[in-house]
Design a protein around this ligand. Structure first.
Ligand code: NAI
Length: 650
């Protein structure tokens, strides 16, 4: 017999084993909202009274186990009291589970995030589905909050502080196999035996997992404070406490209060309350919702590609093709001759090894990526992406030829950075089919992809392109065809300003330090060296032409011209503004950085960010913020440039 609640249902089987299913009403993923928690607490009372042999928690969603707490609840919290009440709710519930007198087990069939992991930790056992979609993570730290429902307390006890702090402080996920290796789950099994494995463990009730002795010692005095001090040093290398306090609070709470969020007084810097008053948490949650909004931009069309054909196997095309193959699509990659394809295939193999790890999955991805000098893939593809040299005539001819061979419903896309879509599509019979799908370098890392609509692009095609971008797990942002689109338009004048400051006698180190002091992940001079100074000069010239057309003269910095003329292109040639060793710039000490310097460096960035909104290049200020955070790394804790300007100007 099944007992049904709004979000939960349970049955008791012949072995007196209770199977309790979480199936959040009206939602595609399970989240712990206040009502789902309240219902569970009531159900647990009933089950406890029935005293079954064991209790197994499972998900009613194919997509995964539990996505965590409902972020909307946090977003609605108006005061420290509200925030602490949310923590109390989950903390108490998990203690009810942990105190049940019979074996409890979480059967994890996919993603398991934040509160989902804490839920699993509250159980005596955990069994995970051996599948790439099964991932465990504490993403709280990325939202500027902390896993205060028991994660900080119980994860280090279960897997030891080394693996636990790695997860808690970075937000990084572990897959089912790694979860087994570190002891987070008791078994990692394929789908066909998942239920059976869960049943066996729950019925046999072996002794619960414990980490190795050294890890247990690291969880107690005197080693614990040494471990915490070392971890604090690592955290400080990544970001200062005043910008990102959450990892510091997580460490303090673990080291000094054994992860109990209610142990420190509210005024103690180790209390979760320390995070609730700051702007960082508000801004990081804002970014989470902006990201959700960008994901939704990919849902306007139900387009789904099976086969992608990429033309041009250079820096961009090669990596775009590899990414698509990694995401499960069949890909043909075309270039002028076989030699040109070799480096792209080698880079693809490296990417698959790094990201997929598993031998069979690497082989499958390699099999999906087919070199195609003859262009045989053109007439089969659902999406054709052009990434050849930035040459208008060549692109125009190419598209005219493609249109004749491509399927009539295929998306025709260009990765151009600086040419006008209307010009590229000038010889097309149906210019509405041409859309820009503008990736950023390095393709595998950069989350943002600009979906560019030219004067003729059909809105439906742009929506299909956005759906395709989601399919390969990137964030699409619709932009209008205008020089530099969103990201390069804003970056160009900012990099130019940085280089002009170097022209005026400041060291590259000082200029970069001004940017990182503000919260940028990388200084503009280092960024220019990383992107490639030849690319910067080309982008700079096309933006300069656009500003000249608008009556604002822009000069190319002399040093930039000299460096490029001498073949010093930055990171890729080992020398640019910096000398590069082993992929890192060799830097001297920066000079003094004043507030005035930071303001002067950022002024052009902020001005362009306002201009792109005023000119309607993106739909609104929020999307401009989102694009600039994911496309340029604008200091996330400030919530985007326009949000920053709003908060600065009160
Ligand atoms: P690249 O010079 O590395 O590669 C271009 C490739 O296209 C070469 O392998 C070449 O043999 C091939 N090619 C040229 N004409 C061809 C044709 N007719 N048929 C087949 N293959 C042909 O160029 P990169 O840097 O990858 O740029 C490609 C496009 O992506 C350009 O439009 C560029 O503006 C754009 N882009 C470049 C970025 C970058 O950081 N490099 C960033 C974003 C966009």
């Amino acid at each position: 017999m099944t007992t049904n609640y709004k979000h939960w249902r349970y049955t008791t089987d012949k072995d007196n084993l209770v199977w309790l299913t979480f199936d959040k009403a009206g939602e595609s993923a399970n989240t712990f909202s206040a009502d789902a928690i309240a219902e569970l607490v009531a159900i647990l009372q009933e089950i406890r009274a029935a005293n079954p042999r064991a209790l197994i928690f499972r998900s009613g969603k194919d997509s995964g186990f539990i996505a965590g707490a409902d972020i909307n609840d946090f977003a609605r919290a108006k005061s420290v009291e509200d925030g602490m009440a949310i923590i109390r709710r989950g903390w108490d519930m998990f203690h009810v589970i942990a105190a049940l007198p019979f074996p409890t087990l979480a059967m994890v069939n996919g993603f398991c995030m934040g509160g989902g992991v804490e839920f699993a930790l509250a159980c005596r056992y955990r069994v995970a589905l051996d599948d790439p979609k099964t991932r465990f993570a504490f993403p709280e730290v990325m939202l500027g909050i902390l896993p205060a429902w028991g994660g900080i307390k119980y994860l280090p006890k279960l897997v030891g502080p080394t693996a636990a702090l790695d997860m808690l402080l970075s937000g990084k996920s572990v897959d089912a196999r790694k979860a087994k290796r570190i002891g987070l789950v008791d078994a990692c099994v394929p789908a066909r035996v998942l239920e059976n494995a869960a049943r066996m463990i729950a019925l046999e009730a072996p002794p619960p997992h414990r980490p190795p002795l050294l890890q247990r010692l690291m969880n107690a005095a005197p080693l614990k404070s040494i471990v915490a001090a070392m971890a604090r040093k690592q955290v400080a290398k990544r970001a200062p406490r005043e910008h990102y306090p959450a990892p510091y609070v997580i460490l303090d709470l673990w080291a000094r209060y054994d992860g109990d969020p209610f142990a420190p007084p509210l005024t103690d810097p180790a209390s979760p309350a320390a995070l609730m008053q700051g702007e960082t948490v508000k801004n990081l949650i804002r970014i989470f919702f902006l990201q959700e909004r960008m994901k939704a931009l990919g849902k306007e069309s139900d387009f789904a590609a099976k086969h992608v054909h990429v033309i041009g196997a250079g820096v961009m095309g090669g990596d775009i093709a590899a990414l698509c193959a990694m995401r499960g699509l069949s890909v043909t990659l075309q270039d002028q001759n076989a030699e040109r394809l070799v480096p792209a295939m080698q880079r693809a193999a490296k990417l698959f090894q790094r990201r997929l790890r598993d031998k069979a999955r690497i082989r499958d991805a390699m099999d999906r990526l087919v070199p195609d000098t003859a262009g045989d893939g053109v007439n089969k593809a659902d999406v054709i992406i052009e990434a050849i040299f930035e040459n208008l005539e060549a692109k125009r001819e190419l598209f005219a030829a493609l249109e004749k061979n491509a399927r009539p419903d295929a998306i025709l896309a260009t990765n151009t950075s600086s040419l006008k879509l209307a010009d590229i599509g000038a010889k097309l019979a149906h210019p509405g089919r041409l859309v820009g799908i503008h990736f950023f370098n390095p393709v595998a890392q950069m989350m943002l992809v600009e979906v560019v609509s030219g004067a003729n692009t059909d809105a439906a095609i742009a929506n299909q392109a956005a759906a395709f971008v989601r399919q390969i797990d990137k964030l699409p942002l619709q932009v209008k065809d205008s020089p530099g689109f969103l990201v390069n338009r804003v970056l160009g004048p900012y990099l130019n300003q940085a280089m002009q400051m170097v022209e005026q006698g400041l060291s590259a180190e000082t200029v970069d330090a001004a940017a990182t002091r503000f919260g940028m992940p990388m200084g503009p001079i280092e960024l220019a060296d990383t992107v490639g100074l030849d690319i910067c000069i080309a982008a700079g010239k096309s933006l300069a032409a656009a500003s000249a057309a608008a009556g604002q003269p822009a000069t190319v910095p002399k040093k930039l011209e000299q460096l490029v003329a001498a073949g010093n292109l930055g990171k890729k040639s080992g020398r640019g503004y910096y000398t590069w060793r082993e992929g890192k710039p060799v830097k001297g000490a920066p000079g003094a950085v004043s507030e005035e310097l930071i303001e002067r460096l950022l002024a052009p960035y902020l001005k362009e960010a306002q201009a792109v909104v005023a000119e309607g290049i993106v739909a609104d200020a929020d999307l401009a913020d989102a694009g600039l955070i994911f496309g340029t790394g604008f200091a996330p804790f400030r919530g985007g440039p326009l949000n920053y300007l709003r908060s600065k100007n009160g």
